[in-house]
Write a protein that binds this ligand. Structure first.
Ligand SMILES: Nc1ncnc2c1ncn2[C@@H]1O[C@H](COP(=O)(O)OP(=O)(O)O)[C@@H](O)[C@H]1O
Ligand SMILES: [Mg+2]
Length: 327
């Protein structure tokens, strides 16, 4: 694609690669202004469901106009392919920003940046859009660390029912690391699922890493953690984090959506100290340590995946399960 021209845009560089296609930097030939172009993968152009999902991404973005959300310029279906033309955002995806630029972000700075993220999502939710794929790689941070824009409405859903339900496959695409318990279970999602993923994202901003590690745990193990256990304590990963931040994250990432902040505005008010955090449920207060007990292997052997193979990661290790202290 490099060097190619799509209508008035000349492609100058590749900036991203995802499940559905690639993202390029381009220059408008007359206006001399940059743009980012997301191109549907040529192999997928003939797949009607994927075309529909791609168009849905553009239609969702077309609904949204906010300083913290990337703007859509245009959507094109041409003989060259399907393209989503958007504002080019200078900066780093938040995961790379943390890894390469900032390291764990000090609380005061994290608070200022995260407030902007919450404002963007509060607006999207008010427009009836649930993002469903909030994670650091879908947030771009300016090089000075002050500005942020939300990207990638690829599996977002308009709650008003005006778009067809393209869910299931869409909602299980990509990593599970930032997904809410109801999302990994394939349940109904509303804005409170986004609030959970925002809590995990804030965790990563403050500690420099995700609470789970796909390099050492299988997807099944992460899934199990998400559904059954509170997130690891922030201080396990970064000792300097305050208990106030811990309380905010506990609230945002409560297993039960009812126990989370009901809206991003509520999350923001608590973050800024404008509202007291309600008393935590006992389940969130203390489960610092777990009693590890040997687990009796179930008859019929270890869990198996759909193909019948033993689940990776359960092989030679002793098979434990953990009971929280208070049980
Ligand atoms: N408008 C943009 N400006 C700058 N970079 C972008 C833009 N859109 C996407 N990118 C880059 O491309 C990557 C993939 O884009 P994204 O929309 O998240 O697609 P995918 O569905 O493949 O995850 C992002 O993580 C980001 O690095
Ligand atoms: Mg993405």
């Amino acid at each position: 694609m490099l060097g190619q021209q799509i209508l008035n845009y000349r492609i100058t560089a590749k900036i991203g690669e995802g499940g559905m296609g690639s993202v390029f930097k381009a220059q408008h030939t007359q206006l001399d202004r940059p743009a980012a172009i997301k191109a549907l993968h040529p192999n997928l152009v003939s797949n009607a469901m994927i075309r529909e999902r791609f168009k849905n991404e553009a239609a969702t973005m077309a609904h949204l106009r906010h300083p913290n959300i990337v703007s859509l310029y245009d959507y094109l279906e041409t003989p060259q392919g399907l393209f989503l033309i958007m504002e080019f955002v200078e900066g780093y995806p938040l995961d790379r920003y943390i890894q390469e630029v900032s390291g764990p972000i000090p609380e005061a700075r994290a608070l200022a940046l995260f407030t902007k993220i919450l404002e963007g999502f509060a607006y999207a939710h008010q427009q009836g859009v649930v993002h469903r794929d909030i994670k650091p790689s879908n947030l771009i941070i300016s090089a000075d660390g002050q500005e942020v824009k939300i990207l990638d409405f690829g599996i977002a859903k308009l709650l008003d029912g005006s778009t067809k339900n393209l869910t299931k496959t869409g909602s299980r695409m990509g990593t599970v690391l930032y997904m809410s318990p109801e999302q990994v279970k394939g349940g109904m999602l509303d804005q409170r699922s986004d609030i959970y993923s925002l809590g995990v994202t804030l965790f990563q901003m403050l500690t420099g890493r995700c609470p789970y590690d796909e390099a050492t745990a299988t997807e099944y193990e992460v899934y199990h953690q998400i559904v059954n256990f509170p997130l690891p304590r922030l201080q396990e990963f970064y000792p300097g984090v305050s208990s106030r931040m811990q309380a905010l994250i506990d609230r945002a990432t409560a297993k039960n959506p009812e126990d989370r902040f009901a809206s991003c505005d509520e999350f923001k008010a608590a973050l800024l100290g404008q509202t007291a955090l309600p008393k935590q449920s006992p389940a969130l207060q203390k489960p610092r340590r777990f009693l590890r007990l040997p687990f009796l292997r179930p008859k019929g052997g270890l869990p198996r995946d759909r193909g019948g193979a033993k689940m990776a990661g359960f092989g030679p290790r002793p098979y434990f399960y953990a009971l929280p202290w208070w049980v």
